[in-house]
Design a protein around this ligand. Structure first.
Ligand SMILES: [Zn+2]
Length: 294
């Protein structure tokens, strides 16, 4: 991977901080030609017009911030808000025939530790990656991909999507996809919204890229172990075991490969769950919309 260093802002997801760091991924020629830009954008990426995107959202969903649910009707057909009402649509994936781990917010410097453990149990997992982190750690992204884990999208800079305009939502999706394509030459099929923030307006755009939503039915809250005495590796493992029993070993576990603590929990849970599926294996779907020969 060419080391073409640009200085730019990067978003440290869990801490909510802006770091001054360098991208190690070159801005590719095809993207330069297509966007007219010369470098990767920051946390508020510009919308680049795409001829296949239709902005005539057929359903009226009010723009809302996280937790602002007063004006969001609890109605499946029109709004179907997951963040406000836990509503899932017919094509959303929210469980799996085998209880399986999934990892959000990477790649990070801690991802390789997790990869070593997944190798030990021969687990193929699904990683929902953030564009800004892909261009920061392209080698770790590639390594994860080369180990045949499924690379999926988790936006460009991790915003709460229902609070964005239509153009901002499309920008988050397009730049995420371009970072994945520039790094590993593929177009993602699977998408997970940050904070579970999704409703029918957001779904409308995700579907236009051919992507499918992946939610979860077990949240580890692994990030809460930082400074929380009530949640730790042992309580999370205990809760997973209880869930596993209740659900007859079915489900999707939400975890993060972005922090040292969350990766350490991921390693422990993997030791307990040696037999897992990737999201496409869970539902009999494709790995990627397209993989370009390299
Ligand atoms: Zn996330």
């Amino acid at each position: 991977m060419a080391a073409n260093l640009h200085h730019k802002h990067f978003f440290n997801d869990e801490l909510g901080e802006l770091d001054e760091l360098a991208s190690s991924l070159e801005f590719p020629r095809w993207l330069k030609d297509f966007t007219g830009l010369s470098e990767w954008p920051g946390i508020d990426p510009p919308y680049i017009p795409l001829d296949f995107i239709d902005f005539n959202v057929p359903t009226l969903v009010p723009i809302h911030k996280q937790g602002q649910c007063d004006m969001i009707p609890n109605e499946v057909s029109s709004v179907c808000s997951f963040d406000c009402h836990n509503c899932v649509s017919f094509d959303d994936i929210h469980t799996c025939s085998k209880l399986s781990q999934t990892f959000d917010d990477g790649p990070s410097q801690y991802t390789p530790q997790l990869l070593r453990q997944l190798d030990k149990t021969n687990t193929k997992s699904t990683f929902f990656t953030i564009g800004l982190n892909i261009i920061r750690y392209p080698e770790i992204y590639l390594k994860t991909h080369q180990k045949n884990h499924i690379m999926a999208s988790h936006t460009w800079s991790h915003p709460f999507l229902p609070s964005l305009t239509n153009e901002q939502i499309v920008a988050q999706l397009q730049w995420s996809i371009w970072a994945m394509n520039a790094t590993a030459g593929h177009l993602p099929k699977w998408f997970r919204p940050p904070y579970g923030g999704v409703d029918n307006r957001v779904r409308y755009f995700i579907r236009q890229f051919g992507m499918q939503l992946v939610l979860w039915d077990f949240d580890t809250f692994d990030w809460k172990t930082v400074g929380d005495l009530l949640k730790n590796d042992e309580t999370i493992l205990r809760d997973v075991k209880t869930f596993q029993k209740e659900k007859n070993n079915q489900g999707i576990i939400l975890e993060h490969d972005s922090l040292s603590q969350t990766v350490s929990i991921g390693i422990k849970l993997n030791q307990h769950l040696p037999d897992q599926l990737t999201i496409p294996q869970c539902v009999g779907g494709i790995d990627y919309i397209k993989q370009f020969p390299r």
